[in-house]
Design a protein around this ligand. Structure first.
Ligand code: CU
Length: 334
C-alpha cells in the first residue's frame, strides 16, 4: 500500500511538471480567431491527458526499476503473477471513458468551429502554383493580400486552378484543402488585429514553400479605408487614363516628370504639355502630340527639349496600348 501512495504522489508531481513544461514552451502561436478558442481548449485538455498518461507509465516503471531491483546475493525466482482481472477491467474501462469524453469534447469543439454566422462576409480565394489571389465580390477588388475586418466572420470560398493546395494560417488554427474542381469553404472570425501569413500546407510543386501571402486583420475603420483605397485603384485602373497613371508610377516616369505646374530640373513637366509647342535643343519647335510623345518614350534622344539636354532618360520598351494609355493620362494633366 505504501508503494501505491508513493507512486500516486510521484505520478501527480511528474504529470504537473510535464504539463507546466509543455505549456511553458508555447507550442501554439498566438490565437487570432474566435475559432481558435474551442481548438485551444481541446488541445489544452489533450496536453493534460498526455502529461498524465506519460507519468502513469514512466513513474511506475522507474519506481519498480529502482525499488524492486534484485538484492545482492538473492538468487531466488521472482513471484509468478497469473493475471489480475480487476486491473484488466480498470485498464479497459478507464481508457474507454477517456476516449468517449474526448470524442464528446471533439464534437463540441468542431461544432463551435463550424458555427455559421448568416452575416458572414464572402471572399473568393484562388490558389494556383504558387500564389494566392483574393477577390471581394461585393466591391470587385482583386488583391494579393487578404485584408479582413476585426471581429466579423468571413467565409472564404476557395478554388484551385491546378493541383491541391491547402489554406493554413497557424494563428487562426483552422486549415482547409483547396481542391481543383470544387469550392471548399473556410470560416473564420478574426479576433486579434495584426499581420499574419497564409502558407500552402499541401506539397504542390517545386516552389510550394514560397506559396505565401499576407493576411492582415484590420480595425474596422482601417479595413474600410483599405476597401475604399482598393476600390478607387480598381476603378481608376479600368480607364485608359487610370492605366496610364499606374504605368507612369510603375515605370518611374513621374520621378523625373512633374505632373503639376511646378517643373522639376530633370525633365519637362507633363502638366499642360499636351498640345503645346516646345523649343528643342536644335533651335526648332515641335508640337506635343501623340506622335512626339510616342517617339520620346521609345527614343528619347530623337528630339531633345531645350534646357534639359543631354537627355538622361533611357529608352522605354512599351506596347502601343501602354503608350496610348500614358498619353491619355498626360492629356488629363492640365
Ligand atoms: Cu500550394
Amino acid at each position: 500500500m505504501r508503494h501505491f501512495v508513493i507512486v500516486g504522489i510521484l505520478v501527480i508531481i511528474l504529470a504537473s511538471l510535464t504539463y507546466i513544461g509543455l505549456d511553458g514552451i508555447g507550442l501554439m502561436p498566438v490565437a487570432a480567431s474566435a475559432q481558435a478558442i474551442p481548438i485551444d481548449w481541446l488541445w489544452n485538455w489533450q496536453v493534460v491527458a498526455m502529461s498524465f498518461l506519460f507519468s502513469l507509465i514512466v513513474v511506475p516503471m522507474g519506481y519498480s526499476l529502482i525499488v524492486f531491483r534484485r538484492k545482492k546475493g538473492d538468487t531466488t525466482d521472482a513471484e509468478h503473477v497469473e493475471g489480475n482481472t480487476n486491473l484488466e477491467i480498470a485498464w479497459t474501462v478507464l481508457p474507454l471513458f477517456l476516449v468517449m469524453i474526448f470524442a464528446y469534447m471533439g464534437a463540441f469543439s468542431l461544432g463551435e468551429v463550424l458555427r455559421v454566422d448568416p452575416n458572414a462576409m464572402i471572399v473568393k480565394v484562388k490558389a494556383r502554383q504558387f500564389a494566392w489571389t483574393f477577390e471581394y465580390p461585393e466591391t470587385g477588388i482583386v488583391s494579393t493580400e487578404l485584408h479582413l475586418p476585426y471581429n466579423r466572420q468571413v467565409v472564404l470560398k476557395m478554388e484551385s486552378e491546378d493541383v491541391i493546395h491547402s489554406f493554413w494560417v497557424p494563428e487562426f488554427r483552422v486549415k482547409q484543402d483547396v481542391v481543383p474542381g470544387r469550392v471548399t469553404e473556410y470560416r473564420i472570425t478574426p479576433s486579434l488585429v495584426g499581420s499574419y501569413k497564409v502558407r500552402c500546407a499541401e506539397l504542390c510543386g517545386t516552389s510550394h514553400s514560397y506559396m505565401e501571402a499576407s493576411v492582415i486583420v484590420d480595425e474596422v475603420a482601417d479595413y474600410d479605408a483599405w476597401i475604399a483605397e482598393q476600390t478607387a485603384l480598381t476603378a481608376a485602373a479600368q480607364t485608359p487614363e487610370g492605366q496610364g497613371q499606374l504605368l507612369a508610377v510603375a515605370n518611374g516616369c513621374v520621378g523625373c516628370h512633374s505632373v503639376t505646374s511646378t517643373n522639376l530640373p530633370t525633365a519637362p513637366t507633363w502638366f499642360g504639355i499636351y498640345g503645346s509647342q516646345v523649343d528643342l535643343a536644335d533651335g526648332t519647335t515641335v508640337l506635343v502630340d501623340d506622335a512626339f510623345i510616342a517617339e520620346s518614350i521609345l527614343d528619347p534622344k530623337a528630339k531633345e527639349v531645350a534646357g534639359y539636354s543631354p537627355t538622361i532618360m533611357p529608352p522605354y520598351t512599351l506596347t502601343d496600348e501602354q503608350i496610348a494609355n500614358i498619353i491619355a493620362y498626360i492629356k488629363t494633366l492640365k
